[in-house]
Ligand binder design. Structure first.
Ligand code: ZN
Length: 300
């Protein structure tokens, strides 16, 4: 597997992982994770990758000790960092998603001394670290909702049906800037309040287009000042010039195929984590520094 080779070259040892983590977290010099001070930070000669902060008020008279792992998802872990990194790295390069079981086989092969549940745990920690900040989307933005677990057949008819809340399916809403970022989240209710709220949260005021389908929940977007246009999926209209949700449709189908193909079943509780994963990967698709940036967001 090519990606494993690339990984092994870049991260041959535990120390290589720690050095990379330090450079990613503190590119301008080691900073105390407690008081955020950069002065009076002393390397502990006896312990590599450990420091002591002697800033007043941080750690009392003996100072505050921390390591490269303090306040990251790896803090207090008994799992070697090289395994953590391998899992996170392979998740990031697996365009279609990869299950813990697949990763476990790739990393450990038939080695029986390792527990699949450990890999599963690491995957989930990485997914929670993949929650991006919401930066309002600009340009032409598509917004659309969909349901996870439903049959794709009669999707649009069933959307309306499920609005009444009788189904156990989970609703998800996404907003995508064409050629830009995607933001996706699970929602409890598909109604005007929720849909408009998501648009207000994720779309910049100076957006040039908000394209949706004809769900009634988007009806008041124009009144709120958004350049809103919709296509009527109910009437079989999917594209009218610039007005369509094709980019988001592609993202959703990748997400659904990923879930079905790799995970088969996703419980409602974990859905936000999988949305994090797929969104992060989409948003990082042209970013060669994505792994380093993921490490910097892995702070608790
Ligand atoms: Zn400090």
């Amino acid at each position: 597997m090519k990606t494993i080779d690339a990984f092994d070259k870049q991260f041959p040892t535990e120390d290589a992982c720690k050095a990379y983590l330090v450079a990613a977290r503190w590119p301008n010099g080691v900073m105390c994770p407690r008081c955020h001070g950069k002065e009076r930070i002393y390397h502990l000669a006896s312990k590599p990758f450990h420091w002591i902060c002697k800033n007043l008020g941080c750690g009392g008279k003996n100072g505050y000790r921390f390591s490269a792992l303090t306040h990251t998802i790896f803090q207090d872990t008994k799992i070697p960092l090289i395994q953590w990194f391998k899992v996170g790295y392979l998740m990031l390069v697996a365009k279609k998603g990869v299950s813990a079981l697949q990763l476990h086989r790739v990393i450990f092969g038939k080695h029986t001394g390792s527990d699949y549940r450990t890999t599963w745990y690491m995957c989930h920690r990485w997914r929670s670290a993949m929650q991006g900040e919401v930066i309002p989307l600009t340009g032409e933005v598509e917004v659309d909702e969909m349901y996870v677990g439903g049959k794709d057949k009669n999707r649009h008819a069933s959307k309306r049906m499920r609005m009444n809340g009788s189904s156990g399916k989970v609703a998800v809403i996404g907003a995508i800037a064409r050629k830009g970022m995607v933001i996706a989240k699970a929602i409890e209710q598909v109604n005007a309040e929720t849909l408009q709220g998501i648009v207000q949260e994720t779309v910049a005021d100076d957006v040039s287009l908000v394209a949706t389908d004809d769900h009634s929940g988007y009806r008041n977007l124009k009144k709120r000042g958004y350049p809103h246009q919709s296509v009527s999926h109910a009437k079989g209209e999917y594209v009218r010039g610039h007005v369509h949700t094709a980019n988001l449709d592609s993202f959703w189908s990748l997400f659904k195929r990923g879930i079905m193909g790799s995970f088969h079943h996703v419980s409602k509780a974990y859905l936000p984590l999988y949305l994090n994963e797929f969104s992060f990967r989409h948003n990082a698709r042209h970013n060669p520094d994505a792994f380093a940036e993921l490490l910097t967001t892995s702070n608790r």
